[in-house]
Design a protein. Structure first.
Length: 496
């Protein structure tokens, strides 16, 4: 560390956000352009160079965080980029989208605000692109082996890049019309502008990775036919089977899944649509679900000009600080966090009856009520206790002519037929079963990411992609020099 007293003398300072009244009028990222670099070297100086860096264990990628913090504090950006990219294919994605479990595991966080690890990461990634530290890395020679990757989210892209660089011929199949999976159609542009994705895809194409869009395996091409054409197949199709809300009135018009709503807003930003057919403009919006997807819906509805937006969370209002008895350091605690979208909704008072920002906590939906035309108009809810039992006489009604269900995902979508055509075994959760080498019950077919792990974070998705690439490389060649940061049965650090 350049300053051994940095963690004592320098307070935590985060990437500043643009004024709320400015940023809600556009779809650009919420942060002040160029404002991170003037502060980031001093923030990196706060890293303690602790003897046992628990941030490593908290991050499934095994990012070399103290090393690149030290290099940034010395403003050695090229070396910092090398150390960062040694463990992470896409730090410009994780630096914007990851909830940073590494910061929860920071040793400094025992009794002080953690190092701004996520901000340092994105600063290195952006500087690397600006200064040309990330040229394409095509292989010196080809192995003659061919691999199909189904799905172009972070898992599929990470696996494809690793295997391409190892010399294999890789084709990525994506059922949407553009590459990127949920990074393209699911993550709002105000969280990550798509130019970051396009730039990385251009690098991958220059390295030799091939992309096939608008191709649903199982529907447009039979899964068995595809398997016969390649030496190995990697299933990185995600967990896109959304959870339903089985309450009276669910059949009413105006009630949609979050992943029906968010991609349309992304298509407006891409220029495919002038206005989203599910636009929240002028409507009373209720979002059922308190997670990140619900927050994405919230920020989107605010930008579309909703009359009101309320987000329902079935969990009670979290504590402001970690409960050391229940979630001791270095686990990732469930505390009250204020995302950019919640900050916006709170300042604009989009939900006057909310407990905090735009959220109603400990709230469970009872039923929907509609008008004579069959369109939803009201949501009836009740407060619940810690065991999700209704509290007597706590019912209330919210106006709702657009309801968005953000209840998470249960496993891969089976509608295309891929799983059934390959006769893949599923585990009790509905995700694709696999062995210690990421291989399914079908020889030569591997599963990685949310499709096999279940709904998770982007850092776990990229780690899965890197690990399955090593497994496939080893199976095809007998050995592999590719890193495998996790195994298929590894899980985040918890107290249970």
């Amino acid at each position: 560390m350049a300053d051994p007293k940095g963690f004592m003398t320098t307070p935590r300072e985060e990437y500043p956000r643009r004024p709320i009244e400015e940023r809600v009028r556009d779809w650009n990222e919420v942060y002040v352009p160029g404002a991170l670099l003037p502060i980031i070297s001093k923030q990196a100086d706060r890293c303690m160079d602790c003897g046992v860096p628990f941030c490593h264990d908290a991050c499934p990628l095994g990012n070399l965080i103290p090393e690149w913090n030290d290099l940034v504090s010395r403003e050695d950006w090229r070396a910092a980029s090398d150390r960062l990219h040694a463990t992470n294919n896409f730090p410009e994605f994780t630096g914007r989208l990851c909830p940073a479990p590494c910061e929860a595991g920071c040793v400094l966080a025992i009794n002080q605000p953690a190092v701004t690890i996520k901000n340092v990461e994105v600063a290195i990634a952006d500087r690397a692109w600006e200064d040309g530290f990330t040229p394409p890395r095509p292989p010196d020679r080809l192995s003659g082996r061919t691999i199909a990757v189904i799905g172009s989210g972070p898992t599929g892209l990470a696996a494809a890049q690793q295997l391409t660089r190892a010399g294999h011929t890789v084709a990525v199949y994506e059922r949407a019309d553009r590459v990127g999976g949920l990074l393209r159609y699911g993550i709002p542009a105000f969280k990550m502008e798509k130019r970051h994705l396009d730039r990385r895809l251009a690098q991958m194409r220059a390295e030799g990775t091939r992309f096939r869009t608008s191709t649903a395996i199982g529907r447009d091409i039979r899964a068995t036919d595809l398997k016969a054409r390649y030496d190995a197949v990697i299933l990185a199709v995600g967990a896109t089977a959304w959870r339903e809300l089985d309450v009276p009135g669910r059949e009413l018009d105006g009630i949609h899944q979050a992943m029906e709503y968010l991609p349309l807003a992304d298509r407006v930003c891409e220029g495919d649509l002038e206005v989203s057919p599910l636009s929240a403009a002028g409507r009373h919006v209720v979002i059922v679900g308190g997670g990140d997807t619900g927050a994405d819906c919230l920020g989107t509805a605010v930008r579309e000009g909703a009359a009101s937006v309320t987000q329902l969370d079935i969990y009670p209002l979290p504590r402001a600080e970690r409960d050391e008895d229940v979630e001791p350091w270095p686990t990732y605690p469930k505390i009250y966090r204020l995302s950019a979208a919640h900050e916006e909704a709170g300042a604009l008072e989009t939900a006057p009856a909310a407990d905090a920002d735009a959220r109603l906590f400990a709230a469970s939906t009872l039923r929907f009520a509609g008008d004579a035309d069959g369109h939803v108009r009201e949501l009836h809810l009740v407060e619940v206790d810690e065991r999700r039992r209704p509290i007597a006489e706590s019912g209330r009604t919210l106006p709702a002519d657009l309801v968005l269900l953000a209840l998470g995902f249960s496993g891969p979508d089976r509608r295309d037929g891929l799983i059934d055509q390959l006769h893949l075994a599923l585990d009790p959760r509905g995700t694709i079963a696999r062995d210690a080498e990421f291989q399914t019950n079908v020889p030569g077919v591997y599963a990685a990411g949310d499709a096999a792990r279940g709904q998770s974070l982007i850092v776990w998705a990229i780690a899965e992609g890197r690990a399955v690439a090593a497994a496939v490389d080893r199976a095809l060649t007998g050995t592999s020099r590719l890193p495998a940061p996790i195994g298929p049965y590894d899980r985040p650090m918890t107290t249970s």
